[in-house]
Write a protein that binds this ligand. Sequence first.
Ligand code: ZN
Ligand code: ZN
Ligand code: FE
Length: 754
Amino acid sequence: MPFRRGILVRGIVQGVGFRPWVFHQARAFDLTGFVLNRTGEVWIEVQGKLADLDRFMTMLASHSPPLARIDAITTRPLEPITENDFRIEASSAAEPGPIFVAPDVAPCAACLAELCDSGARRFHYPFLNCTHCGPRLTIITGAPYDRARTTLATFPLCPACQAEYDNPADRRFHAQAIACPVCGPQLQLVDRHGKALLEPPLSTVVAALRRGQIVALKGLGGFHLACLADNDLVVRELRRRKQREEKPFAVMVANDIAAARLGEISLGERDLLNSPARPIVLLRRRTDAAIADAVAPHNPYLGVMLPYTPLHHLLFHDMPDTTLVMTSGNRADEPIAHDDADALERLGDIADLFLLHNRPIHVRCDDSVTRVVAGVELPLRRSRGYAPQPITLPFRCPQPILAVGGQFKGTFALGRDCHAFLSHHLGDLDDYAAFSAFRRDIALYEELFALEPTLIVHDLHPNYASTQYARERIGSSRHQQGFAVQHHHAHLAGCMAENNLTEPVIGVTFDGTGYGLDGTIWGGEFLVGDYRGFRRAAHFRPVPLPGGDRAVREPWRIALAYLRDAGVTCAKLESRIAKPAWRTIQQMLDRGFQCPLTSSAGRLFDAVAVLAGVRETVSFEGQAAMQLEWLATGSAADAVYPYDIATTAAATFVIDFRPLIRAVVGEPEAAQLARRFHATLAEVIGVVCARIREQTSLNDVVLTGGVFLNTLLTIETTRQLESRGFRVYRHRLVPPSDAGLSLGQLAIAAANVR
Ligand code: ZN
Ligand code: ZN
Ligand code: FE
């Protein structure tokens, strides 16, 4: 007597090869029945011996295709029927399409084997993929996800591919991006003027790279600029042409063995390097790494990634021991190029040679960047390979919500049910191209996820491009309400949401800039609250920021502001700055002219870095602070600097660093200064949180904001807090920087309209 069960599977189960996989498992266990796609879920009926049904269930729960993510499985017993096989049933025509969209991932093992199999019809074919791997988000042009709404729409399938596509037992069953040398995209080699070259593309590129040339490679989510990483001359030439002075370049190597020759690799880092998302992983650089100095100047870390497209694998097949610089195809701070004509125009002066292909990239998607801190991932940029996978919220969104994020390191998030669909990295929205992509990709995501937001959430800052976008939409629609969220409250809520916290916490929210409730610039904040609201329990004593944003590029101005505030001088610093500039800033400070007040922790880092002699100006925000961290790394702190904590009438603590500045000025040794400063800040956090606990009895602390990209501070603060009995939470899924704002905004809005 057979048994029959109905099984409902929810999660990312469509467009990821789930049905063929179920088909194989059911056959393997001698079960009959069927599998069927329904809206955002899969329905399975299986019939057979009880033991086989149980084994099938175990398999379902513990193993699934690499791109699938099962959120819930529910079963119920059914009456057995007469049937003799297992089938994949067609979805009904009214199917609204997948609710989840998979990210772009690296070739699976089966595809890699095929790539190297000289007997296979896709031998050395750079566009092979299957339902378990390959491009997704970057090629999707609309919903529902099928081939007609991808950039492969113009490549009709050949009979052999069609047969695989139609065969439920094949791993390419309904693989929308299926391609082969007969019917799929092809490589094309062109010179810097766009003139087609007839040489064989791959071997010519390999020879050019070996000769020390710079090659633009069209990839998955955009163009890369590639060159030999051990050739100082060519790397410096790349910097000159790209107009990028010091921002580090990432490198690509053939495998994790080669990566281990460049950096020290823990097990966690090895797993991340090899994960299907293939992010850039920041490794502690080995002193004997064969890398030109110009790749990552003065930087003790190196961003390393492994091949993540068949094309990368083919390149390294021909040059297995090479380390290639693989940096985004752009000039200075522009968004990465992703369209052929645009790339030729913008990169024509940078690259000597272009390796193109005729599969258009629809969604520009930068490489993700991550690292491991104290054994746990700390994302720096969540983009290719991760987006648009949902992050599970601790509660349901009562209505469809769009959160537009901040201004810098832009992302947006769409919320439905318990899911937050976080976008890929969109860059700084003050750039017009980045802002255009932001608008376009919001529309695309809304279509893909079949979601029409009735609530649009934005930052309090009136001049953020994202705020203006949100207001424009709210103003022109009757169906959309607006909701403004304070910047640091969003940071706090984002960290709470990804850690599944629902009770009030102390939020240590340290960043560069965020619009405060009082109109000043906040950034060294201790908030107490949850999704529903917050109180500013403590903050840094505000200092003037001479010239506003210009001070971020010229942090010596901030150092001067701190010096004046503390009533000390620093002859060493003064001697390094041009006299007229120094005098101008002094006068601005005296008159309070263009000197907005800020409590920013990022600016304190800037000031101390300048006083440590690290640098006086920067080419990107956070550069001086980062160098201060490197300077401090590796030694133990032997002392802390003095500081004061005042209490206002409203029982708010104000942290006064004037005593610290006075001590720092007298410090002879830069590394010790940097080390003691980090120790001081960690201690301050511990002490202030303990005082807040006395007021509130709260014992959970979240660490958030861009300053917590600083690993030394993160580790030391965690130690300080844990030794005082606090439970400490930090980011693991989204970056602590403004890239995580959209998630926090979404959670706050969802909680407040409930
Ligand atoms: Zn595959
Ligand atoms: Zn084909
Ligand atoms: Fe921020």
